[in-house]
Ligand binder design. Structure first.
Ligand SMILES: [Zn+2]
Length: 86
C-alpha cells in the first residue's frame, strides 16, 4: 500500500498559502515534498514568519485512508493527489 503525506497549512504570517487548508499526497514524505514543490513552486518547509513557525506541518501516514481519517474535519478544505496523478 502507498504511504501518504499530509501538508497542513499553519497560516504562518497570518494567512494560508494555497486555496486548501490541507493537502494530501499519496507518497512517502520525501517524494511528496518533491511533488508539492514541483506542482506549486513553493517550498513547504519555508518559514514565512519566525514567530508563527513553518508554513506547513508535514506528517507521513501508512495509507491515504489513514491520512484522511486523521484530518476528517478538513474534508471540505482539502486537496488530494493520488499516486496515479503523480
Ligand atoms: Zn507570526
Amino acid at each position: 500500500m502507498n504511504k501518504a503525506t499530509t501538508f497542513f497549512d499553519m497560516s504562518s504570517g497570518g494567512k494560508e498559502k494555497l486555496p486548501w487548508t490541507l493537502i494530501i499526497i499519496e507518497a512517502d514524505k520525501p517524494k511528496a515534498v518533491e511533488v508539492f514543490e514541483l506542482k506549486w513552486r513553493r517550498n513547504p518547509h519555508n518559514v514565512t514568519c519566525e514567530c508563527c513557525g513553518s508554513d506547513y506541518s508535514i506528517s507521513e501516514y501508512e495509507s491515504l485512508d489513514a491520512a484522511k481519517k486523521q484530518y476528517a474535519a478538513y474534508h471540505h478544505a482539502r486537496k488530494i493527489i493520488t499516486a496515479k496523478e503523480i
